[in-house]
Design a binder for this molecule. Structure first.
Ligand SMILES: C[S@@+](CC[C@H](N)C(=O)[O-])C[C@H]1O[C@@H](n2cnc3c(N)ncnc32)[C@H](O)[C@@H]1O
Length: 186
């Protein structure tokens, strides 16, 4: 950065995602592209998905070259897997009530083995208790890696007003060595 350039605006969500060293990120419930655009600026390939066409229109206007898709997180099928699926900015509590399990399951399906599901949402509003969200993630086969009280990895306490969780899809088991065929059967 040159001396006359203003410092880049703080972007704790992007910082946390970048620290996981992903090559490809699904910004799930991307809204107007606030995080997707910043991650792209940092050289990370991002697909943004949102249900709301007005949000996507604004995202497209700001970053026409980025990959934006209209879709419902509960059912969308992108036919590829990501290193990180991000549910930032309270997406989890904006979901249609009752659809949370389907969304978490479908997002888990879009993770490559070893990939991370990262979610941040307000717990102070009382819409979705953290334990309920974490149970949905466990039911989707994900392992809890970390739980923070904010995007800057503030330590979690039971009185925190916001939660950021990192779950991970188990890495694929190493390929099993194939036993050599018995003599005469190859
Ligand atoms: C508060 S905004 C967060 C936007 C963005 N993630 C951010 O941090 O700036 C929540 C977004 O979730 C989207 N959303 C809610 N339910 C959805 C669903 N089932 N499928 C796709 N997007 C959804 C909304 O349209 C909205 O854009």
């Amino acid at each position: 950065m040159g001396e006359d350039e203003p410092p880049a605006a703080a972007h704790p969500e992007a910082d946390l995602v970048e620290s996981l060293a992903p090559r490809a990120v699904l910004d799930a419930g991307c809204g107007t592209g606030r995080v997707a655009i910043e991650l792209t600026r940092r050289g990370i390939a991002v697909v943004g998905v949102d249900l709301d066409p007005r949000m996507l229109q604004r995202a497209r206007r700001q970053a026409p070259g980025l990959s934006w898709r209209r879709g419902d997180l509960a059912t969308v099928e992108l036919a590829r897997r990501f290193d990180v699926v991000l549910l930032a900015g309270n997406v989890v509590i904006f979901l249609a009530p009752g659809s949370e399990a389907a969304v978490v399951r479908n997002m888990a399906r879009h993770l490559r083995p070893g990939g991370y599901l990262v979610a941040g949402f307000a717990v102070s509003l009382g819409y979705l208790p953290p334990a309920t969200y974490e149970q949905l993630a466990a039911d989707a086969g994900l392992l809890l890696v970390a739980r923070y009280a904010g995007w800057e990895r503030q330590p979690w306490t039971e009185t925190a007003r916001y939660i950021v969780t990192l779950h991970r899809r188990a890495a694929a088991p190493p390929p099993r060595a194939t036993a050599p065929a018995p003599p005469g059967q190859s």
